[in-house]
Design a protein around this ligand. Structure first.
Ligand code: NZQ
Ligand code: ZN
Length: 387
């Protein structure tokens, strides 16, 4: 294990009817609440009413920012910042998946910033001083945003999707009721699970590769997600499966898994270009890109992929070189994504070959444990995503 520091202050209320804890949580904050949500799923599945009841019981003045789109865009952040200033907002309550939570985190910091949030935080990468407090009611298991301090936003005109992280952006609390995810469509559930697996890959496939508890936890999480996705695809209302997937999403990106590891994140870096140009759902883009990226690095560290092949896919090693078994494990991963209904080629997510150069030009590769890609490598990886 490498040296590490760890901090995660997010209070979690997990389980059926954990919304009953919301009123008490809200009482800790000021009277004016900005309630943020997406395109309307929470009105159809009853979550909106349950949240409003809690807000009413806590005697809050509620202002609503609705219509936060998947792959949230800067425009929605500006709208939220204006509302915070106009209504002297004390607290933001984000009800949704990663897009609603991320957009709300940017609003929380943007409302307290003198300058423009995009220029200050994402382009100049200056630090921030304060943020409005934020709480979460999670409705989709995928990103881990409910338990981390990261947020991702798209500037559509510039076709850039960029991430920001700051300790002040940890939610004060997150309410995780697995029943709230029953209404998530099968495709979104699949994309969510691909995202969870991808977060695990980004950590697992990095140094150190000697015995470490993080890699062991990563393998347990991978198996758990695959097993429970199979159950939930068959029966979307299986509480055990949905609860496992929900906690796995938080576990995969709440910081714990990466402790003592270098981590990679090139799979995510490349995927962000797909979403920034073609508005591809994040998990769908990862299903296309990540196995191809793993294929690129697997020959550099075949031993690690042999471990993956044996522990996750139970592949037979006899008579095969390490390189061959490493490659087979990556092919298994891609075939698995296809088998659960995820797209695995650029065509399937509506991206033509001609777009590759433009997308690759916005990816800035950084050195990772196993490789230091050039932009030519990124182009090459994207070309391999065509087949
Ligand atoms: O908008 P509504 O109507 O609510 O519909 C949403 C949306 O269309 C729907 N949905 C959510 N909960 C539902 C539901 N439908 C029925 N029943 C429910 N209970 O699902 C659709 C997708 O929602 P979205 O929030 O976009 O999905 P996800 O949670 O996958 O978030 C994706 C965003 O998070 C970013 C991604 O890049 C992307 O922008 N990420 C954030 C990270 C972080 N903050 O740490 C890390 C990730 O790697 C990722 O980059
Ligand atoms: Zn992700």
């Amino acid at each position: 294990m490498h040296t590490f520091d760890f901090y995660n202050p997010v209070g979690i209320h997990f389980g059926e009817n954990s919304i009953s804890k919301l009123t008490h949580e809200l009482e800790k904050f000021g009277p004016n609440v900005l309630l943020t949500y997406g395109g309307g799923s929470i009105k159809r599945n009853g979550i909106y009413q349950a949240v409003l009841d809690s807000l009413k019981a806590a005697r809050k003045n509620v202002f609503e920012l609705s219509g936060i789109m998947a792959n949230p865009r800067t425009e929605k952040v500006y709208e939220g910042i204006r509302m915070c200033r106009d209504h002297a907002i004390d607290f933001i309550l984000a009800v949704g998946g990663g897009s609603v939570i991320d957009c709300s985190k940017f609003i929380a910091v943007g409302a307290k910033l003198d300058g423009d949030f995009w220029e200050t935080l994402l382009i100049k990468q200056e630090s921030m001083g304060e943020a409005l407090p934020l709480g979460v009611v999670l409705t989709l298991a995928a990103t881990g945003s409910e338990m981390n301090a990261t947020c991702v936003i798209t500037h559509w005109q510039k076709h850039l999707k960029l991430a920001y992280e700051h300790d002040l952006l940890y939610p004060k609390f997150s309410i995780l009721d697995p029943i709230y995810t029953y209404s998530v469509s099968k495709s979104q559930m699949v994309f969510g699970c691909v995202d969870i697996l991808s977060h695990i890959f980004e950590v697992y496939f990095s140094a150190p590769d000697t015995s470490n508890v993080s890699d062991d936890i990563a393998e347990a999480l991978m198996k758990n997600v695959m097993e429970n996705l199979a159950v939930a695809l068959n029966n979307p209302r299986d509480y055990t499966a949905r609860s496992n997937i929900m906690w796995a999403s938080s576990m995969a990106l709440n910081g714990l898994l990466g402790l003592g590891k270098e981590q990679d994140w090139m799979g995510h870096q490349i995927e962000h270009a797909l979403s920034a140009f073609y508005d591809v759902p994040h998990g769908a883009g990862l299903a296309v890109v990540h196995p191809v990226y793993l294929k690129y690095i697997c020959q550099k560290v075949p031993k690690k992929f042999v471990r993956y092949a044996q522990h996750i896919w139970h592949l037979d090693r006899s008579g095969k070189t390490e390189e061959a078994i490493a490659l087979e494990s990556v092919e298994k991963t891609r075939a698995y994504f296809k088998s659960i209904g995820a797209p695995i080629t650029l065509q399937e997510v509506g991206i033509p070959a001609e777009a590759i150069n433009e997308m690759a030009a916005t990816v800035h590769p950084f050195p990772t444990s196993y490789a230091h890609l050039t932009q030519e490598d990124v182009k090459h990886i994207l070309q391999q995503c065509l087949e």
